[in-house]
Ligand binder design. Structure first.
Ligand SMILES: C[S@@+](CC[C@H](N)C(=O)[O-])C[C@H]1O[C@@H](n2cnc3c(N)ncnc32)[C@H](O)[C@@H]1O
Length: 269
């Protein structure tokens, strides 16, 4: 299984994520809505990226509440820090190690589009840590890629890579996705009581293959197709451009993306 690298991010990719991550921001807002985040709550955003969603949540919790946003990528944390304010703190940190935070100290912990970047062991640790830092009855929410219903780009890309004899070792990043059943087992093993576990489908339109690749590269902090040379990447891009014409509609190239949405809570007092 391929290891996801945290060493491939660049200032350009981080900026591209800040300005081109409306998809993650929009489904993140739905996650926050499903969590019922409200004024006065203390919230931890794990894997906050450039902090767009954390800033939105800081507005919701207001001055009586607070948000802490952590992410392991220093370049994205630098961008998120610009959004810091009295009730929004930003720091470098990993989901698997929340030792900077005391037990039972948050009302809500969420991971928006983060879990599919973690391998199985990291996921178990991340959820265990989330359970530890949540108050009794506190809520966990995550959105993550679904293994049973992958993004429509995945089989197209797999076909193109196979044609060129360049299958990704382990098909990163897709091999870290989970099914709904696996997500339930991970949550229950960490001691959570599951409230909602469902797959939601989102439809995206892109002008062309380059827009799709830009978003995929910045969203994967440089991991997407990173096993290929620049020439091989160009060959994949050209073949993808041909294949994706079959998916073109008047609004652009139309692709569906499926995400597991999970809401769970820790046992009460
Ligand atoms: C697609 S971005 C999502 C960012 C943000 N949550 C949002 O909604 O825009 C995935 C994020 O997961 C973060 N990530 C990767 N490995 C992580 C880990 N071990 N712990 C916490 N975050 C991690 C990356 O740094 C990246 O910012």
């Amino acid at each position: 299984m391929t290891t996801i690298s945290l060493a491939l991010d660049t200032p350009e990719l981080a900026q591209a994520y800040e300005h081109g991550s409306d998809r993650q921001f929009n489904h993140g807002k739905l996650l926050i809505e499903a969590l019922g985040v409200r004024r006065g709550q203390r919230v931890l955003d794990v894997g906050a990226g450039t902090g767009r969603l954390a800033a939105h949540v800081a507005e919701i919790v207001g001055p009586e509440g607070s948000v802490i946003a952590i992410d392991p990528l220093p370049l994205r944390v630098d961008i998120a820090r610009k959004k810091a304010r009295e009730n929004l703190a930003v720091a470098v940190g990993h989901a698997e190690d929340l030792s900077a935070f005391t037990a039972r100290s948050f009302d809500v912990v969420y991971l928006n589009s983060v879990l599919h970047w973690l391998d199985h062991r990291q996921k178990r640790r991340a959820l265990g840590e989330a359970a530890r830092v949540l108050k009794p009855g506190g809520k966990l929410g995550f959105s993550t890629g679904s293994r049973e219903r992958p993004h429509q780009l995945e089989p197209i890309q797999r076909k193109v890579l196979a044609e060129l004899g360049k299958e990704a070792p382990g098909d990163a990043p897709y091999d870290h996705k989970v099914t709904v059943d696996e997500a339930r087992r991970l949550l229950e093993r960490a001691g959570f009581i599951v409230d909602t576990l469902e797959i939601r489908t989102f439809v995206d339109h892109a002008a062309d293959v380059d827009e799709i690749l830009r978003q995929t590269r910045s969203g994967s902090f440089g991991n997407h197709l990173s096993h290929l040379s620049p020439e091989e990447q160009r060959a994949v891009r050209d073949r993808l451009a041909q294949e994706l014409e079959a998916w073109r509609t008047p609004q652009g190239i139309r692709l569906e993306r499926n995400l597991i949405f999970a809401i769970a809570h820790t046992a009460g007092n």
